[in-house]
Design a protein around this ligand. Structure first.
Ligand code: PMP
Length: 401
């Protein structure tokens, strides 16, 4: 017998097992709306042309080797990342009040941010939106936080429950850590508007809550880098000390390369120096130093004006295809006279849409139509194409009648 004999079998990851079932499905009509990765209009993964270009430049540069990066990562990449997320002229950068560490994509940034807070922040209550990205709770649980939920989504309106949200923040213990999706909320696709962000900041300030921003979709959501970072920059302008997780999985299509950053904004540069040294110490014990290739690609593109402009074009292609799929799905449902209001399909933003379909409808979609979506009714718009959007609309029409 084994020392670990009595260990319990962990449940499979919902998204990854959905993908496995999709792969096993023999139907030529099958549609995968589970996966959180961009697909082009033929349903294929898309390597951004600007990324291909950067890779060619890198592979033909004889001065580049495969030595270790420093513990906190590639310096020019870290600096460019802070500028990208905070705005290049942000005074907190000039005042050297910013600490940026290169991380294992957005997941690693969430994790590093969480261990940093677990060590150096008093309050253990960690609030996440209900619902949130399926990995948030496990990440913060693992580090020992008391993870609770704040009201976010209103299933009746299929939109934001701003009163519920503000009340949850008000009734949480002072100084709670609050996870905020900077843009393109996963899984709902529902974001606060600017007025609502202001109201959230007011309560957070009054309660002394700590903002923990997760930004996995900058530029991918709207096609506009600044618009997608608005919430973060607004909180910074208001004087909050805060933390931001950046992922380059979606906006550079670098899913498997694990490129990302954790940025912490402090009130003064002396504190920033000390925080940086502690973040480096934590990173050393976790991963020693971060991976090279993805960071090199992003670094090259962010620091070269021509490549940068091309990247913005590539972002436009992805975000407009997604918006186009929202529009087509919406129009089809209206045309079919499908019962219910479908405005939320076009009002939501980003890759995901909370359709309002329930678990049993999702089940029927899978069994009868070979359409794969998670049981909470979330669909990835990236899985829709000009050739399957009508099929999907008709399938929805059938299951809701
Ligand atoms: N946060 C959110 C809200 C996400 O949706 C994702 C990607 N699904 C991530 C973080 C991190 O992903 P990655 O580790 O691949 O960058």
């Amino acid at each position: 017998s084994s020392i670990f004999q009595d260990i319990e079998l962990a449940p499979p990851d919902a998204i990854f097992s959905l993908t496995a079932r999709y792969k096993d499905d023999r139907s030529p009509q099958k549609v995968n709306l589970g996966v959180g990765a961009y697909r082009d209009d033929s349903g294929k993964p898309w390597v951004l042309p600007v990324v291909r270009k950067a890779e060619k430049i890198i592979s033909s540069d004889p001065t580049l080797d495969h030595e270790y990066l420093p513990i906190l990562g590639l310096k020019s990449f870290r600096d460019a990342s802070a500028k990208l997320i905070l705005g290049s002229n942000n005074r907190v950068i000039k005042e050297k009040r910013v600490v940026t560490a290169q991380t294992i994509s957005g997941t690693g940034a969430n994790h590093l941010g969480a261990i940093f807070l677990s060590k150096f922040y008093q309050q253990k209550v960690f609030l996440v939106s209900k619902p949130t990205w399926a990995n948030h709770k496990p990440i913060f649980d693992t580090v020992g936080f008391d993870v609770r939920e704040y009201i976010y989504y209103n299933p009746k309106t299929l939109g934001l429950d701003i009163d519920g949200l503000l009340n949850s923040l008000k009734s949480a213990p002072n100084g709670s850590i609050v996870l905020l999706h900077a843009c393109a909320h996963n899984p709902t696709g529902v974001d606060p508007n600017h007025e609502q962000w202001k109201a959230i900041a007011d309560v957070m300030e009054a309660k002394g809550h700590f903002p923990f921003f997760d930004c996995a979709y900058q530029g991918f959501a709207s096609g506009d880098i600044d618009r997608d970072a608005w919430s973060i920059r607004y909180f910074v302008d208001r004087g909050f000390e805060l933390l931001v997780c950046q992922s380059y999985a979606k906006n550079f299509g670098l899913y498997g390369q694990r490129a990302g950053c954790l940025t912490i904004v402090l009130r003064n540069s002396e504190t920033a120096t000390k925080v940086e040294s502690q973040v480096a110490k934590l990173q050393r014990a976790e991963i020693s130093n971060p991976p090279l290739h993805g960071a090199r690609i992003v670094n090259l593109i962010l620091n070269d004006p021509m490549l940068y402009a091309e990247w913005i074009d590539n972002l436009q292609i992805m975000s407009s295809r997604i918006k186009e799929m929202r529009k087509r799905l919406f129009e089809k449902l209206v045309e079919l006279g499908t019962p219910g209001n479908w405005n939320h399909i076009v009002d939501q933003i980003g890759m995901f849409s909370y359709t309002g379909l329930n678990a049993s409808q999702a089940q029927v979609l899978q069994e009868k139509y070979h359409v794969y979506l998670t049981s909470n009714g979330r669909v990835s718009m990236a899985g829709l194409t000009t050739s399957n959007v009508e099929y999907f609309a008709k399938a929805i029409d059938d299951v809701v009648r």
